[in-house]
Design a protein around this ligand. Structure first.
Ligand SMILES: NC(=O)c1ccc[n+]([C@@H]2O[C@H](COP(=O)([O-])OP(=O)(O)OC[C@H]3O[C@@H](n4cnc5c(N)ncnc54)[C@H](O)[C@@H]3O)[C@@H](O)[C@H]2O)c1
Length: 248
């Protein structure tokens, strides 16, 4: 049912975690994959392992995004799937967070989606359509402690997904949002570090949800692959939690 042969996919945050797993799965399913990340060493390695192409890109910077899209078009002639996935977290309240950290979280998690989608939507429209998937979070649906900038950014991702689906539906561009629960990636380990918590205890707490475990990057990748594919031809503007019923 899910066949991505002939599709050209761009994946951000593809050097690790959910992005890397998704880039790998999209390639397994037949897509030509371009991996974007600010981490050149790990990005190049991921591209080599997967059989895709790496382009260094800080997704919060317009010039980098323009370069990445130009490189993709030069190599593949267009873009059919855009997975806006790169993200960062700062575990702080409004009384703790610096202006710089606030702006950084909003730039990496939200502005990036505006920048890359703004460049890719006209290409998709000219080619008869496409699929954009944005990575939200359970904390885009409900709140969480000591993560105010992250919660603000992911709430924005959830609702900009709906706005984009409305704006670009007439061009046959579907826009959806996948909302992972706690997933076993570098980000989760980084959160434990930022909060000064014991990683084992942090992971045990994170697994406290109806399905009794944390997510694996592949769990999220499989949902993204579905949304990217023609099997999801009538799915747009959807916000899909992939979290073992964590937000239920
Ligand atoms: N891991 C979780 O528990 C969890 C839960 C909900 C949502 N998410 C979301 O999933 C997405 C992927 O995170 P992950 O868990 O795989 O984390 P991760 O840290 O393993 O991967 C994030 C990747 O994004 C890259 N990146 C960061 N800033 C960038 C920038 N400015 N430009 C380009 N690349 C940049 C990093 O280099 C890294 O490769 C994020 O949007 C995150 O908010 C993760």
């Amino acid at each position: 049912m899910i066949d991505l042969h002939g599709k050209r996919a761009v994946v951000t945050g593809a050097a690790s975690g959910i992005g890397r797993a998704t880039a790998g799965l999209l390639a397994e399913l037949g897509a030509a994959v371009v991996l974007l990340d600010r981490d050149t060493e790990r990005g190049e390695q991921a591209a080599k392992d997967i059989g895709g192409t790496f382009v260094r890109c800080d997704v919060s910077q317009r010039a980098d995004c323009e370069h990445a899209v130009r490189s993709t078009v030069a190599r593949h002639g267009g873009v059919d799937v855009l997975f806006n996935n790169a993200g960062i977290i700062r575990r702080s309240t409004v009384t703790e967070i610096s202006d710089e950290d606030w702006d950084l979280v909003m730039a990496v998690n939200v502005r990036s989606i505006m920048l890359l989608s703004g460049l890719v939507v006209p290409l998709m429209a000219a080619n008869g359509g496409g699929s954009i998937v944005n990575t939200g979070s359970g904390w885009g649906i409900r709140g969480g402690g000591r993560a105010v900038s992250y919660c603000a950014s992911k709430g924005a991702v959830v609702n900009m997904t709906r706005a984009m689906a409305i704006d670009h539906g007439p061009d046959n561009i579907r826009v959806n949002c996948v909302c992972p629960g706690d997933t076993d990636t570098g980000m989760l380990a980084d959160e434990a570090r930022q909060l000064g918590e014991n990683p084992d205890a942090f992971y045990t707490d994170a697994a406290d949800r109806p399905l009794g475990r944390i997510g694996r990057p592949r769990d999220i990748a499989q949902t993204v692959a579905f949304l990217a594919s023609d099997a999801a031809a009538f799915v747009s503007g959807a916000v899909i939690a992939v979290d073992g019923a964590g937000t239920a």
